[in-house]
Design a protein around this ligand. Structure first.
Ligand code: SF4
Length: 363
């Protein structure tokens, strides 16, 4: 059956609000038609540059303007990244996702180093993903040429609620970066966060934005907010497990081919809760004791859970063949010294401003 790309908010809400058992059964049925239900892809998320970000994402301890206990780090070296990737591979990960707390990629030495990290990990026969902020088309092409497998750029929420969380760039800027990635052979990873105070309509709105992309993203991470002290969303209540399962199931139904990834918030979920998410169509997790800056279950705990559930980690390059890495000296692309253009929405978010004020030392 051809993938449907014209989902409406009403249709998605109807799915999300189905009686729980019916929703679960439908999602599990679709899941089995498109995926092996006993295989789960395991990714390791590595923060290659932590903190000091100029953006104001209300959930993020890496935003320089909020006062959190986060310890920042400059860009890691290629050797450090290689050592971490080897560890990840030995513990069953098929993918390494490198995250840098940047507003956007800037051409220059640091980006050249990231390209080298991509080549290095690809040559270890692992899938390489990056999340580096906004990208130009040329930067996306350079990443593709280095052997990047996936690029992550989350939509975070619905277009409407996005404005309540981030004021320093617009929703359309996110779509533009995804579009630049789509002009290459790199796959798209894009999802969002629930539990930021959004309505169920907003959750459906986010799924409309993702599922009407053509092609749909190859991976969709679903995060449950982990509130961090000092950020504007520090007092947000933990999202109920039922909401997480409903969100996973709905994502599976509207994006049947996609890898649905259980991302942040797994430490707050029981094994039984996670098992229901796998049943409802989640088929990917982030492994490692940290997800950029928030805690995550230990790898050995995950492997115990996999054993109990009879799940197997997915091998790399099952969905798409391994890209070739072109060495820097043979690159077809020039460093254009580009900066992506982004909108400056010009609105303010009271709780973000309040969090920033609180962070300022009193005179
Ligand atoms: S989510 Fe990314 S862009 Fe937003 S503040 Fe954090 S590091 Fe910066």
């Amino acid at each position: 059956m051809a993938t449907k790309h014209d989902w409406t908010k009403e249709e998605i809400l109807e799915i999300y609000n189905k009686p729980f058992m019916e929703l679960l059964y439908e999602a599990a049925t679709i899941h089995r038609l498109h995926h092996d239900p006993n295989t789960v892809q395991v990714s390791t998320l590595l923060s290659i540059k932590t903190g000091g970000c100029p953006e104001d994402c209300g959930y993020c301890p890496q935003a320089a303007r909020y006062h959190t206990d986060l310890e920042g780090n400059d860009l890691m070296s290629v050797n450090q990244v290689k050592a971490q990737a080897l560890r990840a591979k030995a513990s069953g990960s098929s993918r390494v996702c490198m995250g840098a707390a940047w507003r956007n990629v800037k051409d220059g030495e640091e980006f050249d180093n990231v390209l080298e990290m991509v080549r290095t990990i690809n040559k270890l026969d692992m899938e390489v993903c990056c999340t580096l902020g906004m990208l130009t088309e040329n930067q996306a092409q350079r990443l593709a040429e280095a052997g990047l497998y996936a690029y992550n750029h989350n939509l975070d929420s619905s277009e409407e609620y996005y404005k309540e969380v981030i004021s320093t760039r617009g929703f359309e800027d996110r779509l533009k970066t995804i579009d630049n990635v789509r002009k290459t052979n790199v796959t798209v990873c894009s999802g969002g966060i629930i539990g930021m105070g959004e309505t169920v309509e907003d959750r459906a709105g986010m799924l409309v934005a993702l599922s009407t992309l053509n092609p749909q993203p190859e991976s969709v991470p679903i995060n449950a907010l982990v509130p961090v002290e000092g950020t504007p969303l520090e007092e947000q209540e933990q999202v109920p497990i039922w909401d997480m399962i409903r969100m996973v199931a709905t994502t599976r139904i509207v994006m049947p081919e996609t890898q649905v990834r259980l991302s942040a918030g797994r430490t707050q979920m029981s094994r039984e809760g996670q098992a229901m998410c796998f049943f409802a169509g989640a088929n990917s997790i982030f492994a490692g004791d940290k997800l950029l800056t928030t805690p995550n279950p230990d790898v050995s705990e995950d492997m115990e859970m996999f054993k109990a559930l009879g799940l197997n980690p997915q091998k790399p390059f099952v969905k798409k063949s391994q890209p070739e890495s072109v060495d820097a000296e043979n690159s077809k692309f020039q460093n254009l010294g580009e900066k992506p253009k982004w909108s400056r929405p010009g609105h303010t978010i009271d709780r973000n401003i309040a969090a920033q004020q609180k962070a300022k030392p009193k005179a």
